[in-house]
Design a protein around this ligand. Structure first.
Ligand code: GDP
Length: 342
């Protein structure tokens, strides 16, 4: 590491530990970066944070997670279900109760298009003006694996800066939810009382990831409907889950009015209690192992993309496959053989 990098890491460490928002934002930008020089600095920064007993992150040497580490909660649901409104209400209630709340986002649309629909500051105006909250939009580049890496590491930065609750928001589509479920303690699924919506959720397997379910927008005329949907969902879930397992509670709330948002939080706490100290430590350890392999896959994908030897043959392979002259398995062998020569 050169002197400039060492100095940068030192500045960021001091800033993070003293709670400087500007340095924390800089550190998060650093861990989101895919530039090799930044990645080296990020690794150094995260190692330093992890070995600091007050950092709250898992110590790689002892495997012990500091009990002061943040409560990590994933929040998911289809666009329009009311995630940002809910997070605004929950986040504000939590900061009012003395917590420091970080909000991160994993947005699969940003992966594809470079645009972001989540974590948009303008959607959480109250919370983004709150000195005890820190909202970070989804990193807008790279693969889902890359975004997950950035988010996990941003979480470590927030925890080191004393944030004791981290909410990770994601859109209710596909792989991003599995990814987020793999980095949080409790996965909260927001849904609506619309007919058929809840059963669709079960089909997609999302409800199997959920630890707590909230039927949102239970206000005004929709309240009764929401309660009915919650009952129906709770019944359906009993069929999905086995005996003795945590049965995800289904509650109703309104992010807009803030009604029963505290009850949703109570359920999150109950889920943590159900896990217990050991269960939580085990869950996090397993997540670390899974994350390790995700990092390896991400790095390999990166190397594959940048491989000169692969580039040298890929046009030829592409042409041959499109013309039907080369089968996919043989084409894959050719590309891998080229990669292996590097
Ligand atoms: P997101 O896409 O899941 O983040 O959803 P938003 O929080 O942006 O909300 C989508 C729309 O639903 C907005 O027009 C909100 O005002 C509205 N909305 C959000 N939460 C509630 C709620 O609890 N009750 C009602 N009635 N409307 C809500």
């Amino acid at each position: 590491m050169d002197e400039r990098t060492t100095a940068l890491v030192e500045t960021l460490l001091q800033g993070i530990r003293s709670g400087s928002r500007a340095q924390m934002a800089r550190a998060i930008t650093l861990v989101e970066s895919t530039a090799p020089r930044h990645r080296e600095a990020a690794r150094e920064l995260l190692t330093e944070l992890a070995t600091n007993p007050n950092s709250g992150v898992t110590n790689p040497n002892s495997g012990v997670t500091n009990p002061n580490s943040a409560i990590r909660v994933g929040i998911s649901g289809v666009p329009g279900v009311g995630k940002s409104t809910f997070i605004e209400a929950l986040g504000s209630q939590l900061t009012a109760a003395g917590h420091k709340v970080g909000v991160l986002a994993v947005d699969p649309s940003s992966v594809r298009t470079g645009g972001s629909v989540l974590g948009d500051k303008t959607r959480m105006s109250q919370l983004s003006a709150d000195p005890n909250a820190f909202i970070r939009p989804s990193p807008s580049a790279g693969t889902l694996g890359g975004v997950a890496r950035a988010t996990t590491q941003s979480m470590a930065v927030l925890e080191a800066a004393g944030y004791d609750v981290v909410l990770v928001e994601t859109v209710g589509v596909g792989q991003s939810e599995v990814t987020v479920a793999g980095m949080v303690d409790t996965f909260l699924f927001l849904t609506l009382a619309r007919t058929g919506d809840q059963l669709q959720g079960i089909k997609k397997g999302i409800l199997e990831l959920a630890d707590v379910i909230a039927v949102n927008k239970a206000d005004g005329d929709r309240e009764m409907e929401a309660r009915g949907a919650a009952r129906e969902l709770a019944g359906a879930l009993r069929l999905v889950r086995g005996h003795g397992e945590w049965a995800p509670p289904v509650v109703t709330c309104s992010g807009l009015t803030g009604t029963r948002v505290d009850e949703v939080w109570d359920q999150v706490q109950l889920h943590r209690e159900h896990l217990g100290v050991e269960g939580l430590a085990r869950k996090r350890a397993e997540q670390q192992l899974e994350f390790t392999w995700a990092l390896v896959r991400d790095e390999l994908a990166q190397r594959l993309r940048h491989s000169k030897a692969v580039r040298a043959v890929q046009d030829e392979v592409r042409t041959a496959v499109l013309a039907g002259d080369l089968t996919a398995p043989l084409a894959a062998d050719r590309l891998l053989a080229a990669y292996d020569t590097e």
